[in-house]
Ligand binder design. Structure first.
Ligand code: THU
Length: 133
């Protein structure tokens, strides 16, 4: 799967966004180590707070299929500079792969590359605890 193909998949996913409140459609394409791609688009809600981002939709679809070995995620939106994942999505991504590649793209074709470590250097990690102070 080339990056170009992954970008096309994220663009295709974006078409399915449900974003009547913000009018800001986002598409994501999440690549696994095995070469499978999970797509997602944001789904908004009239309560606003229940909105789910494109990135989390893609991650949850993958995890429910038993796939957690992510390599790269491409995110596409009509924004300049290209949109980067929100803090909540960064933390959700960090749950599974700390060194994920993040590729942020806009409709003008601008591409910006990051690593998850760079975007969320000190992710929360529960670690091991016996629950005592
Ligand atoms: N959104 C995403 O889907 N991904 C991002 O990385 C940023 C924000 C969505 C949430 C909401 O539906 C809309 O964009 C505006 O914030």
């Amino acid at each position: 799967m080339t990056e170009k193909e992954l970008i096309e998949k994220a663009k295709k996913a974006r078409i399915k966004a449900y974003a009547p409140y913000s009018n800001f459609k986002v598409g994501a394409a999440l690549l696994t180590k095995a070469g499978k791609v999970y797509m997602g688009a944001n789904v908004e809600n009239s309560t606003f707070g229940l909105t789910v981002c494109a990135e989390r939709i893609a991650v949850f679809k993958a995890v429910n299929r038993g796939d957690k070995n992510f390599v790269k995620i491409v995110i596409v939106a009509d924004k300049n500079p290209p949109v980067t994942p929100c803090g909540a999505c960064r933390q959700v991504l960090a749950e599974f792969v700390r060194d994920l590649k993040i590729v942020c793209v806009n409709l003008q074709g601008k591409v910006e590359r990051y690593s998850l470590k760079e975007l969320l250097p000190e992710a929360f990690e529960k670690g091991s605890t016996d629950g005592t102070d």
